[in-house]
Design a protein around this ligand. Structure first.
Ligand code: FDA
Length: 326
């Protein structure tokens, strides 16, 4: 069954998808993140099929999608795209954008949450700067009763992200949580410590290119560790978001939650990415599961798109088709 809402692919597109399916995740991540290719694509303003995965360039575009999802029974969270910012003025602009999101989204009857990346708020410049900026945004969010999760980025940032999370909690900000990636060898240890602190955690497999000394390279190992982390978190975390499009995992967690008399009592939800396997998210909601969709917006869609292409190389067919249509 196709999970796309696009027109069905032609025979030649299916063949191309099969061929591209053999291209590895690492190759696509390296190519799309190449400093030579990124500016070319952005300079020519090619959207490269990004509209399938991104709500639009403005917060208004994002809010429209959030309303639509709400009408269809989904929870959602918003992110503004951008990361690895090394310019202080751009960091200040990102802080202002996040503050505007909190005010606008907090005023809408949507019940949405947000997520943010610490390298967008200054972590690539200075850890204290990122902490101060996150503190400012989260303090405002608390006034608006809004939850903002700290996304997890590449392994080089994990220690700093967890340190900042703990400092924020130390400041009394309980409206935040973290993300743990199952491809990292360290993650079970990190999660065990966080569970003792009453963490609100999102569990993902991990989207960055990581070396064998820090990350499992075989998908089977990443998947096995993912199940292990879910089993650790579901009972003990203050809240667990199982963020994956993996049928086997979703079926297993659905059965497990269904078998519990308390149904985990509101302490769990599935999370999916906007535009990825939309039929799957519809199916989960129809079955009565709590499902939150991550809705990104903004002009910095390029790196985000690269990751979505790397996760499923056949997506390149759709990207190339949209290029040809220009
Ligand atoms: P897996 O790769 O095993 O895929 C399962 C199924 O879904 C397969 O059939 C596959 O083809 C399909 N699929 C997966 N990706 C697809 C795509 N892009 N298009 C079409 N089909 C696709 N990572 C991170 O490092 N830090 C973070 O903070 C986050 N945050 C985050 C939030 C949410 C809500 C989600 C769903 C994911 C993340 N991720 C993330 C990304 C995550 O680490 C991972 O890269 C993707 O979820 C893809 O892996 P799956 O778990 O879906 O499994």
């Amino acid at each position: 069954m196709s999970d796309s809402t696009s027109p069905p692919p032609s025979r030649s597109q299916k063949t191309l998808a099969r061929v591209l399916g053999g291209v590895t995740r690492g190759v696509i991540l390296r190519v799309t993140q190449s400093p030579r290719i990124a500016p070319y694509v952005q300079r020519h303003g090619l959207r490269w099929g990004a509209s399938r995965f991104v709500a639009g360039e403005s917060l208004d575009d994002c809010i429209e999608v959030l309303h639509d999802l709400g009408r269809r029974g989904f929870r959602s969270y918003a992110i503004v795209l951008g990361e690895s910012v090394t310019d202080r003025e751009a960091v200040a602009r990102a802080v202002a954008t996040h503050a505007e999101m909190v005010r606008r989204l907090g005023a809408e009857p949507l019940g949405v949450t947000m997520a943010m990346k610490l390298t967008q708020l200054g972590l690539s410049i200075d850890e204290d700067l990122a902490f101060e900026n996150a503190l400012e945004v989260l303090s405002l969010a608390r006034e608006h009763r809004m939850f903002i999760r700290l996304d997890m980025e590449s392994s080089a940032h994990v220690d700093a992200t967890l340190r900042i999370y703990r400092r924020l909690r130390g400041e009394g900000l309980s409206n935040t949580g973290v993300v743990i990636q199952s491809y990292l060898r360290r993650s079970a240890g990190d999660l065990a410590a966080l569970l003792d602190e009453g963490v609100n955690v999102r569990l993902v497999k991990g989207a960055y290119l990581e070396s064998p000394d820090v990350a499992f390279q075989r998908k089977a190992d990443v998947d096995r560790n993912y199940i292990r982390l879910i089993e650790m978190a579901l009972d003990r975390a203050s809240f667990t978001a199982v963020a994956t499009h993996d049928d086997a995992v979703l079926d297993r967690v659905s059965a497990w939650v269904g078998s519990r008399r308390d149904g985990l009592d509101g302490r769990f939800e599935f999370q999916l990415l906007y535009g990825v396997r939309p039929n799957l998210s519809e199916r989960l909601v129809a079955a009565g599961h709590p499902v939150r969709i991550c809705v990104p917006y903004g002009s910095q869609w390029y790196i985000y798109l690269g990751r979505r292409l790397a996760e499923r190389p056949a997506n390149l067919v759709f990207a190339l088709r949209s290029l040809r249509g220009r």
